[in-house]
Design a protein around this ligand. Structure first.
Ligand code: BJW
Ligand code: ZN
Length: 240
């Protein structure tokens, strides 16, 4: 599966993973696009917007409540665990678009959450923020200041947390190998990270059963799932 890069392994010191919804699919968490991207006949892409939240905060909160219950019950799969295990052999950073916390649960120590976290909620007006895994029974929940609380995630049209994004760009520009796993690469600015890596002459590997926007730029493409492919990738380092 990874035969083509076997001889490059000794020169790889810094690995950056760019991950998306597909890596958590085998943990039972639906992806955003395609047939998986419908919830009660609503397009996930339309729900993940600030306009949807202000138009119908109850509906958007019901979507997040269901996802929170599913995500909090989910376990990391062999793909997440392989990435965490790779830290034994090389420097590893995970730049994830996912909000599910499964990389951290698997044991990865350097995870940058580009689109926020479903564990956190924040006020839509004041500075209030907290981590909570309890079920939000009355939706939409209200802040002490009287305004609506929201999930601390990044919706379309909103900026990514700037400190996180700045770090992500630097790390992508400095890696020797970037592995892009389970993302359609249609959402910017996360989909520009492979370009920063390429500018540093990093090797690019894509792990995805389907073609993506940037497949033609990859040095190696693995058309298989992450839970199958990533443990095999780590074995290359174990033999060294
Ligand atoms: C497997 C697998 C297995 C399956 N193993 N693989 C026009 C107007 C306004 C804005 C824009 C515009 N044009 C562009 C923009 C910018 C916009 C954007 O990119 N839009 C595009 C859709 C066109 N981006 C933004 O707005 C971002 N902010 C920004 O740019 O700020 C500056 C700005 C400000 C104001 C105006 C304009 C710009 C913010 C983006 C935020 C994205 N948020 C979400 C929701 C997060 C919260 C939540 O989860 O609830 O993030 S949307 C959703 O998409 C989520 C994901 O992180 C993200 C990416 O999706 P991902 O992970 O790639 O999932 P899928 O489903 O697309 O793909 C899954 C893949 O896995 C597939 O390829 C499968 O084949 C594969 N797979 N099983 C391996 N087992
Ligand atoms: Zn408030």
């Amino acid at each position: 599966m990874f035969e083509l890069i076997k001889d490059d392994i000794d020169n790889i010191k810094k690995v950056v993973f760019v991950t998306g919804a597909g890596i958590s699919q085998e943990s039972g968490i639906p992806t955003f696009r395609g047939k998986d991207g419908l919830w009660r006949n609503h397009d996930a892409m339309k729900l993940a917007t600030i306009d949807a939240f202000y138009n119908n905060p109850k509906l958007v909160w019901e979507w997040y409540n269901e996802r929170r219950a599913n995500i909090f019950a989910a376990k990391p799969n062999p793909g997440h665990r392989a990435i965490a295990e790779l830290e034994k052999y090389v420097k590893v950073v995970v730049l994830t678009q996912n909000i599910d916390g499964l990389h951290q649960k698997a044991g990865s120590s350097q995870v940058l959450e580009l689109h926020g976290s479903i564990i956190k909620i924040k006020c839509s007006v004041c500075d209030f923020k907290e981590e909570t895994t309890y079920e939000i029974s009355k939706v939409p929940p209200l802040c002490r200041c009287g305004n609506i609380l929201r999930p601390d995630v990044v919706w379309f049209g909103e900026s990514l947390p700037q400190d996180v994004w700045q770090k992500a760009m630097v790390l992508a520009s400095q890696c020797d190998l970037m592995i892009i796993v389970g993302t359609s690469l249609v959402v910017s600015p996360a989909n520009t990270l492979p370009i920063y890596a390429k500018q540093n002459n990093a090797l690019l590997i894509e792990i995805n059963p389907e073609n993506t926007e940037m497949s033609s730029e990859m040095d190696l493409i693995i058309r298989n799932t992450s839970a199958i492919s990533l443990p095999k990738f780590v074995t290359l380092f174990k033999k060294n």
